[in-house]
Design a binder for this molecule. Sequence first.
Ligand code: ADP
Length: 486
Amino acid sequence: MRILLAASEVAPFAKTGGLADVAGALPKALAKLGHDVRVVLPRYRMVDAAKHRLRPVLDSLPVPVAGRTEIAALWQGEIGPVPVSFVQHDGYYNREALYQAKDGDYPDNAERFAFFSRAVLELSRALEWIPDVYHCNDWQTGLIPTYLRTTLQGAREFQAAGVLFTIHNLGYQGLFGPEALAAANLGNELFNPFGIEFYGKVNLLKAGMVFADLINTVSRKYSQEIQTEEFGHGLEGVLRARAKDLHGILNGIDYDEWHPGRDSFIAARFSQDDLAGKAACKADLQRAFGLPERADVPLLAVISRLASQKGMDLVAETLDAMPDLDAQFVLLGTGDAALHQAFETARARHGSRIGLMLGFDVGLSHKIEAGADMFLMPSRYEPCGLNQMYSLAYGTVPIVRATGGLEDTIQPFDPATGEGNGFKFAGTTAEALLDTLRAAVALYRRPEEWRRLMRNGMACDFSWDRSAREYEALYQQIAARRTGKP
Ligand code: ADP
């Protein structure tokens, strides 16, 4: 089949979170299954054109937006065998960051991603490559199905094109004032609860959910949770109305990028059968964070956006217990200023126990996965989560809250049977997390059982192959609906 995957970030070109990892890896797995796949993303300043050997393919693509026509240029690169198109428009994308400046979201985000969405459709017309399925991701691409089913409804070339819309995080909805309708070249007739209106605002995530043929999210558990008030962010009704079309497909992980046996970022390679290199990675990590090089202490780690979604406030609250636990803690992350402050305060108190890197650093994230003993993910909600799976691959034991993809991927270790790959807890309090940390540290002091637990994790297989087959089944279902052929 012909699949066009559109996303606002794609690894290794531009990344702020898990969406980029998915958009960079799934297309390769689909190509392996024999599909004709292409990927499209904006050409941000962050995209290194020389490093990725981008070539110009089209210098003038007219794109209607905000009541006028803006011109895009197209560049091409690839991920392995998969062609990747970059939509260039310097006014929109040649900026410091992807979505926001220091003082908040870019004010023209609705227009920037309306332009991107329409450009995806215009470039497939211009290049005469209309896919069977547009695979759209998150609010930034919610207008692709909207245009297909409204503005471009009569266009013959798009008649058979279907849409799968993937929700990577329901907490980010692309909410804008009513003026976003004009920015997106859409009429007021869509501004109602059955369209893209949401409590007086334009909601681009809802737009994607309303107009796509099928919807999915990135774990089975999260696909159920988001139909409830607790996890639905106000969209649970819309999701329940489309329950028959709503699926959950767990993300895979890209073992080309995340593999302790061939990772070029880490100090020493290791495997399930030979864990010696992990000790060298631990010492290297302790050095990188200026912590005492002690092999005997459990080294706890976090790599995360610093946000309440991720339960980072709970983590900050447990840090005074590090001396009692005789543990060390390292964190790589950026986000809420209040959380930066909370972690800084904890480090000021326990400098020999706590190491911080308040930034974004892909190389360091690999060193952490390789060198840490335990990885903390006490998320309040977690659509899928990738780091718990990366942790498993590197023999780093995940300690997670039982929600979403964390629930689907982590089974508590049972010393009686030797089964299980991590620790899991239910509450949303620092005490619940701390109790679990105590249990984990106690098990760490029993090296044989701990090694069993590490190896159980390393034996898990979350490769994309299986998930790609599940996506393939959804694409086929969509194509059958669109063409009326089973
Ligand atoms: P989310 O997309 O909600 O932030 P995920 O667990 O799905 O969470 O994916 C996060 C991805 O971003 C992972 O690949 C993680 O390693 C990476 N990441 C998060 N914060 C940082 C950081 N500060 N530096 C480097 N990588 C990071």
